[in-house]
Design a protein around this ligand. Structure first.
Ligand code: SF4
Length: 281
């Protein structure tokens, strides 16, 4: 067994959230620049320019690239031959989030209870954590700081198998287009297909961590990603919802086996502040 100290987990989580909040990923940055060149709407072009400039200032000054610094979501692939020592795994993750958001001057956006009190926890904890046990002795930690302007425009539907690929396309496109300007476009559209209801939702979130420009390895799903993206961009919503051809930067689909009687589809929308970072320990 390989021993990994809880403190290493804590420090890694802290550093990843600081990185994600200050530095937009190269994939998003390059795609924004590419779309700036292609965008035919003058207003849309101007908005893209402002987003690019904003991301450059944030990286240079090491400040949050958006005021909504998101809810902390952590995906962990835990090698079954690795063991966490000298501390509690979950607490290490939350302490990492706490240190990033307090020391990094990132907005604390989490309330301890959703309906009645809505009291701010003041340190952006707890994180939402998804752990998958894998072979080996490594630990992969991938994080996203998920803004809620876009999270709020997400959706899930339990389609029938007979709805097929047309049903999937219709639901994903409708969800993305009905969102209008609310998710701070241009967006990344994460899609989870299959599994159970909660698995589809988790897959749609996980899809957002895939770099923009990288397609699903299954060519059928890769084609579906391209087709849905083209349809969303025909909507004319454009950057910031002010018109243009750049409504979404990417559609990322993940799938999983499902029941013979079902076809769950989840759509998780992310804004242009598509913040994700990862490290293997
Ligand atoms: S949805 Fe994204 S870009 Fe919009 S305010 Fe929230 S984090 Fe910022």
């Amino acid at each position: 067994m390989r021993e990994v100290k809880a403190e290493v987990i804590k420090n890694t989580v802290r550093d990843l959230f600081l990185e994600a909040n200050y530095f937009i990923g190269k994939d998003i940055y390059n795609k924004l620049k590419e779309q700036y060149e292609k965008e035919e709407s003058p207003v849309g072009k101007s908005v893209l320019k402002q987003i690019i400039t904003n991301d450059e200032i944030a990286a240079k000054e090491k400040i949050a690239l958006c005021q909504d610094t998101g809810m902390a979501v952590v995906f962990i692939e835990l090698g079954q031959e690795a063991v966490i020592v000298d501390g509690d795994f979950n607490e290490a993750i939350n302490q990492g989030v706490r240190e990033a958001y307090i020391k990094g001057y990132l907005r604390k956006s989490v309330v301890s209870e959703p309906v009645f009190d809505r009291t701010n926890t003041k340190d952006n904890t707890p994180a939402i954590t998804h752990i998958k046990i894998v072979t080996g002795d490594k630990i992969k930690i991938a994080v996203t700081a998920k803004g809620f302007g876009s999270e709020n425009m997400s959706g899930i539907k339990m389609l029938k198998p007979a709805d097929g690929v047309e049903g999937v396309k219709e639901f994903v496109i409708r969800t993305a287009v009905d969102a209008g300007p609310n998710p701070c476009p241009p967006t990344v559209v994460g899609v989870g297909i299959g599994g159970t209801m909660e698995m589809a939702a988790i897959l749609s979130k996980k899809a957002l961590l895939r770099p923009v420009g990288k397609h699903n390895e299954d060519s059928r799903y890769a084609e579906l990603e391209t087709e849905i993206l083209q349809e969303i961009n025909k909507s004319g919503i454009g950057p910031a919802g002010l018109g243009g051809r750049t409504t979404a930067l990417s559609v990322n689909i993940e799938y999983f086996p499902t029941h013979i009687a079902g076809l769950p589809v989840a759509v998780n929308i992310c804004c242009h502040a598509a913040r994700h970072a990862e490290k293997v320990i």
